[in-house]
Design a binder for this molecule. Structure first.
Ligand code: GLC
Length: 498
């Protein structure tokens, strides 16, 4: 077993973790200064969201130089220092790589626009329109067509996301070669692996055939797109796997609601892991959760890759809010933490999950997410889960920044700061620290339990989750409990027993 088979990864949304220079935006030095916090929390690795030079149309997921650090976040020297210090604390570091699209400001795209017959044009998907309209009916994931017209040449370019994020054409060898070099660059700097953005989408159907209408409303999963998940992409990951070997990892963002569709990406010579969002898509319902777990494990029966578990990330509503909000939502989120950390395989935490932060209902004027703006407010977007972390004290900076945070931190978070939660043995932070310290290993097996409850063993430890059942009598000694309890486990609570 390699280190990552049961590792806990902690996602750092770089803009919102810690700011070292008072400009209100998180940076690499801020992260470096807070590494001891992550060591104490007990995670094994950090995943850094994109910190590359970027005009910021999608806060870094629009890269204009893949082999440098945006001055907003620091320098390459800061990056090296961060990796060095993390390794000294036995924390691994993985970086986000964004191969599906670049920024419109990337020199490749600028040259592609300036010289329609030059070699850079083939790095992107430029096509003549159909009549006055775009080449086909593909919609962008964020509303409107997936094509924007280049007025100078009259051709259209493809962007599955915002127009500021033109899709690269992976059928072009130069694109593949460039990304090999990009991976080599970061591997040589000591990185422990990559999280691959939109990993199933790099190759589009070469015939650009129309998608079937009507298109679904909620588009986080890519189930409905016939144009992605093309067979050619697997050669890219076979090649990257040869570059990383087994100790450095590739984690794909492969978003299908059926975990079986991820399996081809996880063959032994491809990605080490893929995010499995089945739990994240699942409401607080015992049968549904059990089914999500069973389907996730069953899907990987024929490959060596472990199932992975995710409840939160920088693209989705915070967990306590999804579970109903308020005290009840928070209780369930605490119980879910014990479920998440008892399941077999790597788990991914998102910064602030360990503080039980709720989604912030921000005023429209401060929202920055392109989803909100492109969809004219129909979808509120993801700013509410990206509010900077409250470290200590109170507004406006909360120890996150000495300046004005890029999104306002709610005044009530004075109760939620790391400093407060450190001093409280019943806090969400204390629960995560205990659970990470006691995290079980060993074989996974379901135990029989009454309706509405989930009970399983991991080696010597039993995990009991009462989702929505009657009070569940407990046998054994509690090692970690989601709340103080007697011999009966109430609904909305969980416990690990030995
Ligand atoms: C992924 C990222 C998301 C980003 C999108 C486009 O889904 O997680 O934040 O907006 O890709 O790069």
């Amino acid at each position: 077993m390699s280190w990552w088979h049961d590792a806990v990864f902690y996602e750092i949304y770089v803009r919102s973790f810690a700011d070292s220079n008072g400009d209100g935006v998180g940076d690499l030095e801020g992260i470096r200064a807070r590494l001891p916090y992550l060591r104490e929390l007990g995670v094994d690795a950090i995943w850094l969201t994109p910190f590359y030079p970027s005009p910021g149309a999608d806060h870094g997921y629009d890269v204009s130089d893949y082999v440098d650090v945006d001055p907003l976040f620091g320098t390459l020297d800061d990056f090296d220092a961060l990796v060095r210090d993390a390794h000294a604390l036995d924390l691994r570091v993985i970086a986000d790589i964004v191969p599906n699209h670049s920024s419109r400001e990337h020199p490749w795209f600028r040259r592609a626009l300036a010289h329609p017959s030059g070699p850079d044009r083939a790095r992107y998907v430029f096509r003549p329109g159909r009549g006055d309209g775009p080449p086909n009916n593909w919609p962008s994931n964020w509303g409107g067509p997936a094509w924007t017209k280049d007025e100078a040449s009259g051709e259209w370019y493809l962007h599955l996301f915002a127009p500021e994020q033109p899709d690269l054409d992976w059928h072009t060898k130069q694109v593949r070669d460039d990304f090999d070099d990009i991976l080599r660059f970061w591997l040589a700097r000591g990185i422990d692996g990559f999280r691959i953005d939109v990993a199933a989408a790099l190759y589009k159907d070469a015939t650009l055939a129309d998608e079937l209408e009507p298109f679904p409303e909620s588009k986080f999963s890519t189930d409905w797109r016939r144009a992605v998940d093309q067979p050619e992409v697997h050669d890219v990951y076979r090649n990257w796997r040869r570059m990383t070997g087994d100790e450095k990892v590739l984690v794909g963002e492969v978003v299908f609601s059926d975990p079986a569709r991820m399996t081809p990406y996880l063959r032994d010579d491809e990605l080490h892991m893929a995010f499995n969002f089945t739990l994240l898509f699942q409401a607080w319902n015992a049968d549904g959760i059990r089914d999500a777990i069973d389907r996730s494990i069953a899907a990987l029966a024929d490959v060596a890759a472990p199932p992975t578990w995710v409840l939160e990330n920088h693209d989705v509503t915070r967990l306590p809010t999804r579970y109903g909000g308020g005290a009840e939502g928070l209780r369930r989120a605490r119980a879910a933490a014990l479920l998440l950390l008892a399941l077999p395989g790597p788990a991914f935490l998102y910064q602030g999950q360990e503080l039980g932060l709720e989604e912030v209902d921000l005023p429209d004027e401060v929202r920055q997410d392109p989803i909100f703006h492109r969809m004219k407010g129909v979808r509120k977007g993801r700013d509410g889960c990206r509010v900077p972390l409250p470290w200590e004290n109170g507004p406006p900076g909360f120890g996150f920044t000495t300046g004005e945070p890029w999104l306002p931190i709610p005044a009530e978070w004075t109760e939620k700061t790391v400093e407060r939660q450190r001093a409280d043995a019943q806090s969400v932070l204390a629960l995560y620290e205990q659970a990470l310290a006691e995290r079980p290993t060993g074989d996974f097996a379901w135990r029989e339990s009454p309706r509405g409850t989930l009970v399983f063993t991991r080696g010597e430890l039993t995990c009991a989750v009462n989702v929505d059942g009657g009070p569940l009598p407990l046998e054994g000694n509690a090692v970690v409990a989601s709340e103080p309890m007697s011999r009966l486990l109430p609904p909305g609570a969980a416990v690990w027993l030995e």
